[in-house]
Design a protein around this ligand. Structure first.
Ligand SMILES: [Zn+2]
Length: 257
C-alpha cells in the first residue's frame, strides 16, 4: 500500500468521524410516503424486526393496512380493526411507519381538561422550531380518548379515503396510557403528515388506535427534537408505477380527522 493511499484513507476516516459528530441529533426513519399510502400502497415493505433497528417509539400501519401501529419502549403493537391491541411478531411487515429512538429533551405537565386542539395550540409556540421534527410521548390519565382503527384490505386495494368510511371508532373513557407520535414541519406535504399525528395505547396494552381526539385528566408531555431524516422507499411494482404527482392534502384531511 502506498504512503499516499494510507494518508488518503486516514484523511477519509478522520473526515467521516468529524462529519458524524458535526451533525448531531436524532434520526427519524420513515417507510414509504403518506401519499403512497393514501393512494393504496398497502403492501408491507419492511419487517417489524428490521424496523426496530431504527427506533423504539413510533407509529404506522401493517401489511394490507391491517390496523394502526404503536411502537413504545421498543415493543410494537397492532390496534386491530375491532380496537383490540395485540403485540406483533417481528415477521409482520409494514407499508408505512415512522420511527425514532426517543430521548426526552423536554418534559411538560399538561393542564387537566386540555384537549388535542388546545394541546397543539399550547405546544406549538413552545417548540424551538416549526421547521424541525418532534417526536411526542404523552403519558398519564385521559378523561376521554377517541381512537380509530382500520380493517385489513384485499387487492385491488381501495384508496385510504374509501377504507376510512368503514373504520372502527371508539371513545375510551377514564383511561390511562400513552400517546405517541410526531409533529412534522409543513414542508413534508406528500411525504408525511404536516402537523400532529398521534396514536394511543392504554396501560394494559389492550385498546388503542389512531388518536382522533382526547381530553387530558392528568398527563405529562415529553418531546424529542429531530433534525435528521431517513427514508426507505418501496421497490415494488405497485409503488414504482404509482402516479404520485397529485396533491393529496384534501384526502389527508379526510383520513386524519
Ligand atoms: Zn395514524
Amino acid at each position: 500500500m502506498s504512503r499516499y493511499f494510507k494518508t488518503a484513507m486516514l484523511f477519509l476516516l478522520v473526515l467521516g468521524l468529524w462529519c458524524a459528530q458535526a451533525w448531531p441529533g436524532n434520526i427519524l426513519t420513515q417507510v414509504s410516503t403518506i401519499d403512497a399510502l393514501l393512494a393504496g400502497a398497502y403492501d408491507g415493505q419492511v419487517t417489524i424486526g428490521e424496523l426496530k433497528a431504527f427506533g423504539d417509539l413510533g407509529i404506522g400501519t401493517f401489511h394490507a393496512l391491517d390496523g394502526e401501529m404503536i411502537a413504545l419502549n421498543g415493543k410494537v403493537f397492532q390496534a386491530r380493526a375491532d380496537g383490540r391491541i395485540v403485540a406483533v411478531p417481528d415477521s409482520l411487515t409494514t407499508p408505512f411507519a415512522v420511527m425514532v429512538f426517543f430521548e426526552a429533551e423536554k418534559t411538560l405537565p399538561l393542564p387537566s381538561g386540555i384537549n388535542l386542539e388546545a394541546l397543539t395550540l399550547m405546544t406549538d409556540p413552545l417548540l424551538p422550531s416549526a421547521n424541525l421534527f418532534y417526536a411526542f410521548r404523552i403519558e398519564g390519565a385521559f378523561e376521554t380518548m377517541r381512537v380509530r382503527s382500520v380493517p385489513g384490505q384485499t387487492k385491488p386495494y381501495p384508496p385510504l379515503t374509501e377504507v376510512v368510511q368503514h373504520q372502527y371508532l371508539k371513545t375510551l373513557e377514564k383511561v390511562e396510557g400513552v400517546v405517541v407520535g410526531f409533529r412534522c414541519p409543513p414542508f413534508v406535504r406528500g411525504v408525511n403528515v404536516p402537523g400532529y399525528h398521534l396514536h394511543f395505547i392504554d396501560k394494559d396494552e389492550k385498546s388503542g388506535g389512531h388518536a382522533l381526539e382526547f381530553t387530558v385528566a392528568n398527563a405529562v408531555l415529553q418531546w424529542d427534537e429531530i433534525s435528521n431524516f431517513h427514508m426507505m422507499l418501496p421497490r415494488d411494482p405497485l409503488f414504482s408505477r404509482m402516479n404520485l404527482e397529485k396533491d393529496r392534502q384534501e384526502e389527508l384531511q379526510k383520513v386524519e380527522k
